[in-house]
Design a protein around this ligand. Structure first.
Ligand SMILES: C[S@@+](CC[C@H](N)C(=O)[O-])C[C@H]1O[C@@H](n2cnc3c(N)ncnc32)[C@H](O)[C@@H]1O
Length: 304
């Protein structure tokens, strides 16, 4: 295990990032920043970083296995101009990445989600592209092997403030997935070139400052927690009570938009009152859903 991903400074722990986080400020040298979404094993990301030392690169990838492999590659190459966020790109573009902070994005062979009822997982919806238009100064490039995804992207581009030009191409990016499809005989791929046409009408989701709530009395041994399944989903999964310390903890899942967060809420008795707030240490993005979960716990504790 040792040596596989020893140099963790390239990994940005997004649950612990401030909402005013700016990816331009996390590199040793501030220089134009480029984004790769869904970098997989990171070979293209690393090649770009080595070939273009005058640029910085931010990679977003959802799966830890891929992030781990990429961190190992970056450590071996001692590359200093790459940082990585392990998170869903839908969440990054809505909640985290500041306007005009990035030059261009690239996404190579993204998951096509071919089944109809999985279309909602696709990137490149109007909203996603509108957010990328807000974030990236010069648009960007998607390369896909999948005609259905290309057509979806064409239908969705209107309203994002970007234009889309589709060019047929042959294999030329030399990534794991390109090699896979070429190896299976595919010869034609699609380059989707997005260029800015109008200022994006999409905004970053505004920051919510999560307030600690209080209760004068609370019966932690008999409380019945009820979540909420409509709109913002709140689910109380389990709870614990330490009578010595007078601390009650509820493991809570909140789902809103593309964001799914699981964290502990604590209700602790101090100076005659119960204080309800997210427990320290877990990390969470402060959202309306987090505040809603605190309110539901407060409501459950109020006399009926
Ligand atoms: C088909 S693979 C392509 C990987 C690489 N670009 C290549 O060409 O070999 C798609 C990658 O996108 C990542 N991915 C899928 N959805 C994502 C999302 N919403 N946010 C971030 N990464 C995502 C997957 O984990 C996977 O590594």
């Amino acid at each position: 295990m040792e040596g596989k991903y020893r140099e963790l400074h390239r990994l940005q722990l997004w649950r612990q990032l401030d909402r005013s986080w700016d990816p331009r400020r996390v590199f040793p040298v501030e220089q134009p920043l480029y984004l790769e979404i869904g970098f997989g094993n990171g070979e293209y990301l690393l090649r770009q970083a080595v070939d273009r030392p005058e640029h910085n690169f931010l990679g977003i990838e959802m799966h830890w296995g891929s992030v781990r492999r990429c961190l190992r590659r970056l450590a071996q190459a001692q590359s200093q101009n790459v940082r990585i966020l392990q998170m869903d790109a839908h969440v990054a573009v809505r909640y985290l990445l500041p306007s005009q902070s990035i030059e261009k994005f690239v996404a190579l062979f993204p998951c096509p989600w071919p089944k109809r009822d999985h279309e909602r997982f696709r990137l490149f919806s109007t909203e996603f592209m509108g957010q990328l238009n807000r974030i990236c100064r010069q648009g960007g490039l998607v390369v896909t092997d999948h005609r259905g995804l290309m057509e979806f992207a064409r239908q969705q581009v209107a309203g994002s403030g970007l234009t889309l030009e589709v060019i047929e191409t042959e294999a030329r990016y030399n990534t794991k997935y390109e090699r896979r499809w070429s190896g299976q005989g595919q010869e034609i791929f699609f380059e989707l070139h997005y260029r800015p046409e109008a200022v994006s009408s999409y905004q970053m989701v505004p920051e919510v400052s999560v307030r600690t709530l209080t209760l004068d009395s609370f019966d932690p041994e008999n409380v019945v927690l009820e979540g909420c399944l409509e709109g913002i989903v709140v689910q109380f999964r389990q709870h614990l009570y330490d009578p010595k310390r007078e601390v009650f903890m509820a493991l809570t899942t909140v789902i809103e938009d593309h964001l799914n967060q699981t964290f502990w809420i604590e209700a602790a008795r101090k100076e005659g009152q119960w204080h309800i707030r997210p427990a320290l240490g877990g990390g969470f993005l402060p959202t309306l859903g987090v505040q809603r979960a605190l309110e539901l716990l407060q409501k459950a504790g109020q006399p009926r």
